[in-house]
Design a protein. Sequence first.
Length: 209
Amino acid sequence: MMTAETKKQKYTYYRCTGSKGRCELPYIREEELAERLGQVLQDIHIPDDVLRQLQTSLTEKQQNSQTEKKAQQEKLQQRLSSVRSRIDQAYTDKLDGKISEEFWQRKTAEWQFEEQQILLAMQGLRDAGPDSLLSARRTLELANKAYFLYVTQNPAEKAQLLKMVASNCRFDGVTLYPTYRKPFDVIFERAKSKEWRALRDSNSRPSDS
């Protein structure tokens, strides 16, 4: 844990709180700490051309998802029509004396249960929104411009931005070691491994992963 301390009424330094005993870590100027925290955001930067490739991939995935959703809705509607047709036909057969009352009640109960299951499945498809894809798109856009936002914001906004990206930062007096939140940890690993360069050099589009 670190705390701020003002020196000469104008310089702000950060130091260890000493909550776990005496600490030998040196003081660090607020400006230097802010710069190092900015590096935390630079390290998850997604280049513009890579961002466009990833957005294209997400758009295609969304289109495929919508096509699949429509196909599932059509299949469920066909099943629903078939079940309801059976119920109507069985009722006619009962009135005509072709089937017994007991048989009609038993089969109707089965079909009505199936009807409710289909209706629930159809409702689930209607309620399923593109939240995950929207969230992925916003995450990529944030990673792309996080550092630019950081250097233009006030201290409170900078703190909020950092909390969105990292859950903690460990400082050993020389280096900051951030713990990135998901999925920024994955973005950091991709950037660190130079995978963005591989995407630029490849004509193939990014995989869903």
